[in-house]
Unconditional design. Structure first.
Length: 409
């Protein structure tokens, strides 16, 4: 049977690895952290995932939290100013609920499952020498190391990368005690144009159901104050202060918050980057990147874990379809291009939200408030951002799109 080695035990690496095991492949997964390290470590993401991406987990028998993870039933988007005046306000249920399972729960559980299903798990910080070693002994090496250093092996694709620097300072705060919404649980998106965004949704963490506060702060702007913070308590205090100041309509839900745990906070900056898919080792051997290694987005639209799941499924199909043939450079390039056919729309959707929203997008968001069918269409785009094209990106198409929703059914 063919031997596949995957570097990185995150959403992409584990999902692909377990998928390959179920088809009889010999799979080695290399992780720089053990399951215990991950479970005892800091939160890494807010990992909201929607129906298509969770569906791929279900297909592999890996969606174990459907009954315990609080659902994300809909989307509620508001845009307004610091005085609390909102000029966009729409909400809609999604076709199917999404969910966010803390990666500190999911990844250790999937690592145990990977070994239970016969995979070889190696705890090692893979460097170039290790990649050479694995490339020599495996039919294919995939690099699914997320934002890890080893991803630098893959050349940045300047044509496909929209930005060359981080566009937000991002903070995560995992909390208990947030007042539930009065209608249905939701991906709550609040925009204060020119200042930043606040995104919140329910999640399942180590201590049970919780809420995640994602603050997206324009660098150098009035929300970008995270260097003032040195303790978890100060982090929570600043998160609540920023919500009160810049998203006052959400403040009443945040009066009784406590941190889920001292490692339930994160601050960082992500440079949105697209990379070329083949990594060339000093020996001339080639390895293929996947998910965040190749298409890294700012988390503003919450798409990276979804991308990782979709990339894992697409790569799994491509590996199976390739049978016994060699995994050569052409196959690697073609496999990534098939993924890029999808991922480019995620990057475009996400990058649009990192810049001031174009008038046509504000017009559509405004119309969503009066038109439930339109609002439903936009809400479901979080599951599949391809559905936003072409109208999200073209004035004339946006007008045509709005007209189509104005007509009686
Ligand atoms: C603040 C924040 C909020 C986010 N919110 C969302 C959201 O709501 N929804 C969503 O869909 N996405 C979200 N994301 C993005 C999402 O978390 C990532 O896109 C997703 O985890 C990528 O999966 P991956 O498997 O490619 O990489 P990762 O999940 O990063 O996994 C890579 C793994 O490889 C390991 N590794 C790295 N280097 C090495 C090495 N040299 N050797 C061995 N192992 C190595 C790492 O330790 C890690 O375990 C968010 C990200 C951030 C930072």
């Amino acid at each position: 049977m063919r031997k596949i080695t995957i570097i990185g035990a995150g959403q992409a690496g584990l999902q692909l690895g377990i998928g390959l095991l179920s088809k009889g492949y010999h799979v080695t997964l290399v992780s720089n952290r053990s399951g215990e390290d991950i479970a005892r470590g800091r939160v890494m993401s807010s990992q909201s995932m929607y129906d298509m991406a969770v569906g791929y987990e279900r297909a592999l028998g890996l969606a174990w939290w459907d009954d315990t993870c609080p659902p994300i039933a809909g989307v509620h988007m508001r845009a307004g100013n610091s005085a609390g005046e909102t000029f966009v306000d729409w909400r809609s249920r999604m076709r199917a609920p999404g969910q966010s399972v803390d990666q500190r729960i999911k990844m250790p559980a999937w690592m145990r499952e990977f070994e239970r299903r016969g995979g070889t798990l190696v705890i090692e910080e893979a460097d170039l020498a290790a990649l050479e070693r694995y490339a020599e002994s495996a039919d294919l090496v995939l690099v699914a190391s997320g934002k890890g250093e080893i991803g630098q092996l893959f050349e940045r694709d300047a044509e496909r990368s929209t930005f060359d620097r981080p566009m937000r300072t991002i903070s995560l705060t995992y909390v208990h005690g947030m007042k539930p919404r009065s209608d249905y649980s939701a991906l709550n998106i609040s925009i204060n144009p020119g200042i930043g965004e606040y995104v919140n949704f329910p999640s399942l963490t180590l201590s049970g159901p919780c809420d995640i506060i994602n603050l997206e702060c324009i660098p150098g702007g009035p929300m970008d104050r995270w260097n003032e913070v040195s303790t978890p308590a100060e982090h929570l205090e600043l998160a609540v202060e920023l919500i009160r100041e810049f998203f006052p309509w959400e403040a009443p839900r945040c009066e009784r918050l406590s941190l889920t745990d001292d490692l339930g906070t994160l601050v960082g900056r992500i440079p949105p980057t697209v990379r070329k898919p083949l990594g060339k080792l000093p020996s001339g051997r080639k390895v293929l990147g996947m998910a965040d290694v190749l298409v890294l987005n700012d988390p503003i639209t919450g798409q990276g874990s979804n991308n990782a799941s979709k990339c894992a499924m697409l790569y799994l199909d491509a590996i199976l379809a390739h049978g016994q043939r060699p995994f050569d450079a052409d196959w690697m390039q073609q496999t990534f291009e098939r993924y890029w056919e999808y991922a480019q729309w995620v990057a475009r959707f996400t990058n649009t939200h990192l810049l001031p929203p174009p008038d046509r997008v504000m017009k559509v968001f405004g119309a969503c408030g009066q038109n439930p069918a339109l609002a439903g269409r936009v809400a479901n785009a979080f599951d599949d951002p391809r559905s936003l094209s072409p109208w999200y990106y073209d004035d004339a198409e946006a007008d045509r799109f709005l007209e189509s929703f104005a007509q009686p059914a």
